[in-house]
Design a protein around this ligand. Structure first.
Ligand code: SF4
Length: 220
């Protein structure tokens, strides 16, 4: 039963579970770029079907590749910690990455890999239909606003196709450079206010037909 939340989900959405499963299967069997050759598991993403907030990181790391789940390493722990500070957990959001397979030695994804994988994220955005996309790091942000630096853009929400895009540093950046952690904490603290703002802007919109909440995972 209900735990206290800092804000309520904006609305319930129509959701085609079969469409999500089909996408999931396409990703786990994908060989569209060379990252498929070194992966243990593709990491499509996971979270709530009713997520109003989608987090988009860069790509899977060692633990994510091993288990096929996003953000379960040290950066994931920091993400969970930040979510908990604003009263959220993974069940409230959807989490994915720009590329679904681990780049060798955690190197940056190459342009051709980002390009090959982009249709999967586009489809996830279409299916989940978040109201806020939190870009974790520069690769994620550059999908929506190419050519801008994350250090200048972070913490300021932008409109993109009717969605608020909210850039912040990738949690892994704070692990490498602890001086960045206060900035990430500050940007997380401002997230509930952003959701509330979006909520206010949409409260008069008609409610779509309700569907029962369901948690999506790699086991779907
Ligand atoms: S990174 Fe994306 S495009 Fe490349 S093989 Fe994996 S799922 Fe396919």
């Amino acid at each position: 039963m209900g735990r206290d939340r800092p804000f309520q989900p904006l609305r319930r959405k129509r959701f085609a579970v079969s469409e999500y499963i089909e996408l999931y299967q396409r990703i786990t069997g994908c060989a569209e770029c060379s990252l498929s050759q070194g992966r243990t598991n593709a990491v499509p993403g996971e979270g709530s079907q009713n997520a109003d907030i989608m987090f988009v990181g860069e790509g899977p790391g060692y633990y994510e590749d091993r288990d096929g789940r996003p953000f379960i390493g040290q950066a994931g722990k920091l993400l969970d910690e930040m979510l908990a500070k604003i009263g959220l957990d993974r069940q409230d959001v959807y989490v994915t990455n720009m590329v679904k397979c681990r780049p060798p030695n955690n190197r940056d994804p190459l342009p051709e890999e980002l390009s090959a994988c982009a249709p999967y994220l586009d489809k996830q955005i279409e299916i989940i239909s978040p109201r806020v996309i939190v870009c974790l790091g520069r690769f994620s942000f550059s999908k929506f606003f190419p050519g801008e630096t994350i250090s200048k853009a972070r913490g300021r929400p932008r409109n993109w196709n009717g969605i608020k895009v909210y850039p912040m540093y990738h949690p892994a950046a704070a692990l490498h450079n602890p001086k960045l952690k206060p900035a990430i904490e500050k940007d997380f603290r401002n997230l509930p206010a952003l959701i509330e703002q979006v909520n206010q802007a949409t409260q008069d919109a008609p409610e779509p037909e309700q569907t029962p909440a369901r948690q999506l995972s790699m086991f779907e």
